[in-house]
Design a protein around this ligand. Structure first.
Ligand code: PPS
Length: 286
């Protein structure tokens, strides 16, 4: 839930950090290049984890870049006004992050060979992550309860709109050779194997030692200990660190500690109804 928002083509954005002109520019005029690589997610799906993994892959496992440059400068945020300025003058190949739903993504992507890595997460865990995140971030309104946030989430009345539409929109690209989808749960289950798959998608050949270094330096603890990745550099007027940590828990299944049986059933009904076309696709689908 947002304190001050604007809606662009039906998608709610926090007005404190985005503006409608930039979102419009990105969709209609931003020039995607063939060697761009995009990390795309719905919020709280493991965006920063993927950004860290990719930074390490690009450096052949060498952590120096990750330890010296803030994560948001290594893979600037497409729809943020500041990052867009950086990207306009960035030397290719560019690494870019975005939470945009597919219908607001740059039109120039469609004629390009640019690669998209889409990370998806169990929406129940994502919702719990968003619930805690809302307590830290100045542009988000702290919900009175998980119940309140759950209602808003199911209505798509949260930042970036409906999770269901976001995931269905992007998964429509499955089968294209420039699109790769992976889940937070797969990363948790087998990080090394997942990194290997990401490398194959990117056409990167890493030695065993380099792979091991990616896995080690992209671990939850390594990222928590890295000031360039743990958001400690984020100003207090945006992220109130006294209320908690951006890298909060980093586990699968935390929803079980937060959802009541009734909330889980309500969520399950909406999920089955909205996701029937993708039934059985994700690790959390029974
Ligand atoms: S954001 O604000 O949308 O960019 O957030 P995002 O990065 O997508 O998601 C934040 C959650 O990802 C967890 N995270 C990790 N989990 C496991 N391992 C690693 N290395 C890792 N890095 C980030 C982070 O802790 C948030 O999840 P929760 O459940 O809140 O802990």
């Amino acid at each position: 839930m947002l304190r001050h928002s604007f809606s662009h083509k039906g998608i709610p954005f926090p007005a404190e950090i985005y503006d409608p002109e930039t979102i419009d520019f990105v969709g209609n005029h931003f020039q995607v290049l063939d060697d761009d690589t995009f990390t795309v997610t719905y919020p709280k799906s493991g965006t920063n984890w993927m950004m860290e993994i990719l930074s390490l892959i690009w450096q052949q496992g060498d952590p120096s870049w990750c330890r010296s440059v803030p994560i948001w400068d290594r893979s600037p945020w497409l729809e943020s006004p500041n990052a867009l300025e950086k990207l306009k003058s960035a030397k290719p190949p560019r690494r870019i992050s975005s939470h945009l739903p597919i219908q607001l993504f740059p039109k120039s992507f469609w004629g390009s060979k640019a690669k998209v890595i889409y990370t998806v997460r169990n929406p129940k865990d994502l919702l719990v992550s968003l619930y805690h995140f809302s307590k830290l971030m100045s542009f988000l309104e702290e919900p009175e309860s998980l119940e309140e946030l759950l209602g808003a989430f199911l209505q798509g009345e949260v930042l970036y709109g409906s999770w269901f539409d976001h995931v269905k929109g992007w998964l429509g690209l499955r089968g294209r050779e420039n699109f790769f989808c992976i889940s937070y749960e797969e990363l948790q289950e087998d990080l090394r194997g997942s990194v290997g798959r990401i490398c194959r998608f990117l056409g990167k050949d890493l030695s065993d030692a380099a792979l091991a270094s990616v896995v080690q330096n992209a671990s939850f603890q390594a990222m928590r200990d890295n000031p360039m990745a743990n958001f400690s550099l984020m100003p207090d007027n945006i992220l109130d660190k006294s209320k908690g940590s951006f890298l909060r828990k980093g586990v699968v299944g935390d929803w079980k500690n937060h959802f009541t049986v009734a909330q889980s059933e309500r969520f399950g009904r909406a999920y089955r109804e909205r996701m029937q076309d993708l039934a059985g696709t994700f690790p959390w689908d029974e």
